[in-house]
Ligand binder design. Sequence first.
Ligand code: HOZ
Length: 428
Amino acid sequence: MNLDLSQQLFQRAQEVIPGGVNSPVRAFKGVGGTPVFFVSGIGPYLADVDGNHYIDYVASWGPMLRGYSCEPVVRAIRDQAIRATSFGAPTLQEIEMAELVVERVPSVERVRMVNSGTEATMSAIRLARGYTGRDRIVKFEGCFHGHGDSLLVKAGSGVMTLGLPDSPGVPAELAKHTITLPFNDIRAVEETFAGIGSDIACVIVEPIAGNMGVVAPANGFLQSLREKTNANGALLIFDEVMTGFRVAAGGAQELYGITPDLTTLGKVIGGGLPVGAFGGKADIMDQLAPIGPIYQSGTLSGNPLAMTAGLALLQTLDDEFYTALAESTTSLVEGLLIEASAAGIDLHINSVCGMFSLFFTAQDEVLSYEHVMQCEAEKYKKFFRLMLENGVYFAPSPYESAFLSGSHTEVEITQTIEQAGQAFRRIV
Ligand code: HOZ
């Protein structure tokens, strides 16, 4: 495969952009080689600057739920761009988006728009601290909630990919308020609450972890978080930046039947444009300025371009869509496992409707950061490179989720399984 132009662009980018990228995982440090520079996408396919084509499983890290260049989204963006892209003032579109979120996401009675998942989680943490009058927060190993200071402690995703410990620049005085527990460890949660429960402002969790690869909640884990936070006057925040509108219309909270106090949402609700949101119970959300004392704001928040694009996408997502997405995920996962077994490769795949991760391991289950760290990341790197060379683009890190869209048909799934079979035989 010829990647000459991508290589040239990466050289040029490194002169003016730190590491040549605007988000670390994109630099391919987790998998080696040169990042691919893309020019266009249609459905499940991407095209790069060198004219190569790929079946894509990154989906812009989630939001391309119907694939690239989704017609209603493109039309909505074009029509809105002609009118205006931003006013910094209220619009009808932001009410329609808020109404849609409130209607579909079970725990949300009020919602505020921001511009990224990071902004959403930072704001939700501030709100939880302001509402409870407490400073301490609990998060889980391997869960990534954006790069806000309080949350960049034992975070997954990019920091795992690059093998970085906690980031310099986060004041120790702030980091000391963040308590990190093992994901899916109910006993650790119980012990923590037994010790300092009355100091905890909130527990924040990805209800399905997606930033150490996909790790679903063990039976009873989310329920235990709900019970302990309720009993101790702490808030429960579900970070549904990845899972919102993806694993079900109402996100993971609908799938597992657990109602958090606050929910953070991200890129999906912008249809691929930069958006985030946080929402929850009315009495908590109404503590925000201008009616409450807790401050949060943003010029581009709720801008009509992103709202219109997001609405256009979300309005296409019905029950049939989720049923079909779950079925194609199962069929791809089953095919990959059959090929791995035929090639003599130890492979475990975690998946939940449209999200999946390949763990090269003989472990029967991958339920925690510890389990993830026991997997053979080197094999993922080889797998990634072989798939890329053969026109299939997976996440350039062993610690990210792969994403399927509604535009992946049997054709792409069969081709992916065939390519994977060949790759597995070469990495034994
Ligand atoms: N770690 C991010 C997704 N979970 C990567 C985002 C990006 O590089 O765009």
